[in-house]
Design a protein around this ligand. Sequence first.
Ligand SMILES: NC(=O)c1ccc[n+]([C@@H]2O[C@H](COP(=O)([O-])OP(=O)(O)OC[C@H]3O[C@@H](n4cnc5c(N)ncnc54)[C@H](O)[C@@H]3O)[C@@H](O)[C@H]2O)c1
Ligand SMILES: [Zn+2]
Ligand SMILES: [Zn+2]
Length: 346
Amino acid sequence: MKALVYHGPGKRSWQEFPDPALIDPTDAIVRVDAVTICGTDLHILKGDVPETTPGRVLGHEAVGTVVEAGTGVAGVRVGDRVLASCISACGRCGYCRVGRYGQCLGGGGWILGHTIDGVQAEYVRVPFADTSTYRLPDSVTDEAALLLADILPTSYEVGVLAGRVSPGQSVAVVGAGPIGLAAITTAKLFSPSRIIAIDKAQARCDAAKDFGADASLPPDERCAEQVMAMTDGLGVDVAIEAVGIPETFELATRLVRPGGHVANIGVHGKPAVLHLEDLWIKDVTITTGLVDTFSTATLLRMTAAGRFDSGAFVTHRFGLDEMQDAYDVFDRAAETGALKVALFRT
Ligand SMILES: NC(=O)c1ccc[n+]([C@@H]2O[C@H](COP(=O)([O-])OP(=O)(O)OC[C@H]3O[C@@H](n4cnc5c(N)ncnc54)[C@H](O)[C@@H]3O)[C@@H](O)[C@H]2O)c1
Ligand SMILES: [Zn+2]
Ligand SMILES: [Zn+2]
């Protein structure tokens, strides 16, 4: 088969790779019908994720068809159309039993395209197939389902639910990439009174408005003051960080009002300063986390009911063989305007 293989920082190739085979009875082999690239794949390619070693097939967001299932798989059958989620779950460990699959101790968690070969390939081995895939109804297209593999559950769980967005509240979303835009989309499920997006790229500020932000601002020196002016001088109830650099985390903690929540989604590679000298008296709650994907089934029902406009996220479409071109377009998002790129089996 062909697969996108990581060869160390800055190096990737779409090349011949051995077909995956069943290893454990709970595995399934899935033929990849649609797949996307994540900002996290770019982090790996920069060398920011050392657990991902050269020779690894990347990718953790795909939709496909089961072509082989181990003897221990009961919930999916050959021929089923499934979502392969970014998080795998053994289903049995203490964390899985409380829905915290991201922290799985039984061999799951974020493994696909990280510590085992991923989904940017013609075929992939999916461990714990019963508890790590979701059968898709016909009413959900491959393209719409791709958003359920990572960006919608991540923004909803780690941003909106952890930040406790509730009706009438004000929300700031720092960073309007796919994750920030998905945070705007899922925050709106709770009818906040105001959503303010902050991004250094004008195109992303414009996209945030299209996705339903009431205001969008660049992260300049006037930004915090403007947010205060829009929120009775107090700041927002919930500040969601969706970039992953020290400046944006620190900005999120400056924008939050007393009693509010800061929900960090960004993957950070450097230490950020926690200004406890300002924050200690403000009764703020700060949360961070890896997505668990406990909300995937709920978001899938909403997708099937037409509650999300998936077409707004997918800006570029390719054939699977055009993987390298898709990476180039996604990597130059500032010039190309790419949000999510989708690749389809041809
Ligand atoms: N916690 C999780 O489980 C999880 C899961 C998936 C992704 N992530 C992380 O979420 C973050 C966002 O993902 P994405 O795919 O949307 O990334 P992205 O790179 O596409 O988007 C980031 C956005 O931040 C903006 N930005 C950069 N510097 C800025 C600054 N100083 N001020 C304001 N805006 C700035 C960029 O213009 C861009 O629009 C990444 O760190 C990603 O790794 C976390
Ligand atoms: Zn991802
Ligand atoms: Zn587990």
